[in-house]
Design a protein around this ligand. Structure first.
Ligand code: IMP
Ligand code: MG
Length: 173
């Protein structure tokens, strides 16, 4: 992988925005406990930074779903690769995702998780591409809304590469 990646959102901006999101979430959940569900693999980089700024008690779990192949085009298929370890019954759940694109992955996930009777369920995404939405889903916390571009970095991959970039960028052809 030797493509050029053009920076779209610098690391400092991401760090600042994640701190703001953490502070907002801490206010919104004051007096409660939060059960954070990280969507692997992309969400983990964002989640690790986010929870450092959450001041209410937090527990974590992880889930892995696949919706994309190794390219930039949706396969239209969604399957659970790894399910949660713990029950979410009666918990205040926050789903942490890297990006909402068509919305299909989260739409599917929300249906599945709501059926497990959490006390509440909200969504937090680092990036949102609203122009690409095919299914309406409630996004409660958004880091950045971006145009219809295929982005990498901060957890986002192109054929499993570039997740470790500390910024968000666009792969140049
Ligand atoms: P959705 O189901 O179309 O909303 O797709 C969500 C998933 O697609 C994300 O969790 C990502 O794994 C992947 N995805 C969507 N857009 C991008 C992108 O621009 N770069 C990398 N992965 C993306
Ligand atoms: Mg991906």
């Amino acid at each position: 992988m030797k493509d050029k990646v053009k920076e779209l959102i610098p690391e400092a901006e991401i760090t600042k925005r994640i701190r703001e999101l953490g502070e907002q979430i801490s206010k919104d959940y004051a007096g409660k406990e939060l059960h954070v569900i990280c969507i692997l693999k992309g969400g983990v980089f964002f989640m690790c930074e986010l929870v450092k700024h959450i001041t209410v008690p937090v527990t974590h779990d992880f889930m892995s779903v696949s919706s994309y192949g190794d390219g930039t085009v949706s396969s239209g298929r969604i399957k659970i690769v790894k399910d949660l370890d713990d029950s979410i019954q009666e918990k205040d759940v926050l789903i942490v995702e890297d990006i909402v694109d068509s919305g299909r992955t989260l739409h599917h996930l929300l249906q599945l998780l709501r059926a497990r009777n959490p006390k509440s369920i909200r969504l937090c995404t680092l990036l949102d591409k609203p122009d690409r939405r095919e299914v309406e889903i409630p996004v409660d916390y958004t880091g950045f809304s971006i145009p219809d571009l295929f982005v990498v970095g901060y957890g986002l991959d192109y054929a499993q590469h570039y997740r470790n970039l500390p910024y968000v960028g666009v792969v140049e052809a």
